[in-house]
Design a protein around this ligand. Structure first.
Ligand code: CO
Length: 501
């Protein structure tokens, strides 16, 4: 068998397995939207069988020998073939380094811990979950040791979410963001004390969910999300899922008393979905047909949610429609609405945070999880460490652990190294915005509703490349520079100036 023949055989089998595994997306969507409660146990078994099938496929001798033979070919690194082999080799090594028992133990522990975490959160009682978290951290440290790293254990876990990225690089980006954010926040707080705050009273009231549903669908259509290749449904924790290239679904949530919440949650998930719809269809099932990384994914959601959706131009276009849908807004000027959705005020909860302080929430989590994984912070000291750090960064102490270290599910489902991707997504979104603005009049395009031009830019510079490049290289290719936090901080400084200056 020539390397080319080995490659072709390998890829055709990989694609077949991927097609089978793509039903997982459908199962997840169903589970988080309409699945009857009693279906949970067998649904769990369905996932396990699929996971086991995938594991056996990739760790088989046949897979290894096809991969090795294919790798003898003379492929260019960033060609479709070269990158497919890069991702497959990475996945193969990963699976071989981690014994199946260890992986199963982690899955089992995570399932148990999620239940206890909910109880700990409900009762505001850390002791319910800390012992299991301690066990999880030690298992994750074992994973890091087995996977290997150059500088520190945490890198091995970070690499799982953001291939090739090192903690020291994250630290450099984050320390700049931290310093600049604290400066901007001081400015905002002074202005707030002088009475510069949006008039929330103007927006108090009820916004019927049925009307919200219609408005959100209207927005999706206007922007260009293809409802014949997707759906909008409702759930508690909104998400987007790409089942196949022409079936990329989103979910949102509506609060009757909070109109912006649903809108921005829809725009966020739409951003993820537009990326999923723009990935090369003919590469579906091959590793290069996937998104480049989590942070690139998040850059797309934040771009539509924040850069576009919170801009004054967006509401110059849509506020008249919003009023037509919700006549109670006739007493509220557009400028006040724009201020409301851009208001900056520190809060304890990450998912309720504004664009500026959001990154501080992430930096706090990054520093703590890095210290835990590297063995510098004992899990039993986490609650105090969290509160101390929070006070240092935000100037206030969480009134409860529920509003402190127990708020997010990530650690309690075994995800360490995931948090940084949120802020890196913000970094990339702002950089993309800057570069795009050199080429098209972004503000005008938004005001005129020329979303196809914006989406076209993203399609050609980001989406169509799939996972042909590591995220750093992709951003470099799209914007002429590797990710730099300067663009994010410039963007946020302008925002602070506009609303609080
Ligand atoms: Co997201």
């Amino acid at each position: 068998m020539t390397p080319k023949e080995a490659y072709d055989t390998l890829i055709s089998e990989v694609v077949k397995v991927s097609l089978l595994l793509s039903v997982r997306g459908l199962l997840t969507w169903d589970q988080r939207t309409y699945m009857p409660k009693k279906a949970a146990r067998f649904r769990g078994m369905q996932y396990s069988v699929l996971a086991e099938y995938a594991h056996d496929f990739i760790t088989s001798d046949r897979f290894r020998s096809l991969l090795e033979r294919a790798e003898e070919g003379d492929w260019e690194r960033n060609s479709r073939e070269g990158m497919n082999l890069f991702w497959l080799r990475r996945e193969y090594d990963h699976q071989m380094k981690l014994p199946k028992e260890l992986q199963l133990r982690i899955v089992k522990l995570a399932t148990e811990m999620e239940v206890l975490w909910r109880e700990a959160k409900r009762d505001d009682d850390p002791s319910k979950v800390l012992p299991l978290l301690k066990e999880m951290v030690s298992l994750k440290r074992e994973v890091a040791e087995r996977l290997g790293y150059e500088n520190e254990p945490y890198d091995a876990l970070l690499d799982g979410y953001e291939p090739g990225l090192k903690a020291t690089e994250v630290e450099e980006v984050f320390s700049y963001i931290k310093t600049e954010t604290v400066k901007l926040l001081r400015k905002v707080m002074e202005a707030r004390e002088r009475g510069k705050v949006p008039n929330r009273e103007l927006f108090a009231g009820r916004y019927p969910v049925a009307r919200q549903r219609e408005f959100n669908l209207f927005l999706l259509r206007e922007i260009g999300y293809d409802l014949d290749a997707g759906r909008l449904d409702e759930t508690t924790h909104p998400f987007a899922v790409r089942i196949t290239p022409n079936d990329v679904r989103i979910t949102t949530r509506y609060k009757e008393e909070d109109l912006p919440d649903g809108i921005f949650s829809t725009l966020h998930e739409m951003g993820h979905a537009l990326y999923g719809m723009g990935l090369p269809e003919e590469w579906f099932g091959e590793p290069v047909g996937n998104a480049a990384s989590l942070s690139v994914h998040e850059s797309q959601s934040r771009f539509w949610e924040n850069v576009v959706g919170r801009s004054p131009e967006f509401w110059e276009r849509f506020y008249p429609y919003l009023r037509a849908f919700f006549p109670n807004l006739y007493g509220a000027p557009m400028e006040e609405f724009v201020f409301l959705i851009n208001d900056i005020r520190p809060s304890f909860i990450r998912i309720e945070a504004d664009e500026l302080t959001y990154n501080l929430h992430i930096i706090l989590r990054f520093e703590l999880e890095r210290a835990m994984i590297n063995g510098q912070l004992d899990v039993s000291d986490l609650p105090e460490a969290w509160n101390e750090k929070f006070k240092e960064m935000f100037g206030m102490e969480p009134p409860s652990h529920r509003e402190g270290f127990l708020q997010d599910i990530h650690w309690y489902s075994g995800s360490f190294g995931y948090f940084p991707t949120y802020t890196l997504g913000n970094v990339m979104a702002a950089q993309i915005r800057a570069k795009m603005s050199d080429e098209i009049d972004l503000q005008r395009a938004v005001r005129e509703g020329e979303f196809a031009r914006i989406l076209g830019w993203l399609r050609s510079k980001i989406h169509r490349h799939g996972a042909l490049y590591l995220s750093k290289d992709l951003i470099n290719l799209a914007t002429g520079e590797p990710p730099k936090a300067k663009y994010l901080m410039d963007y946020l400084a302008r925002k602070v100036e506009r609303f609080y200056g």
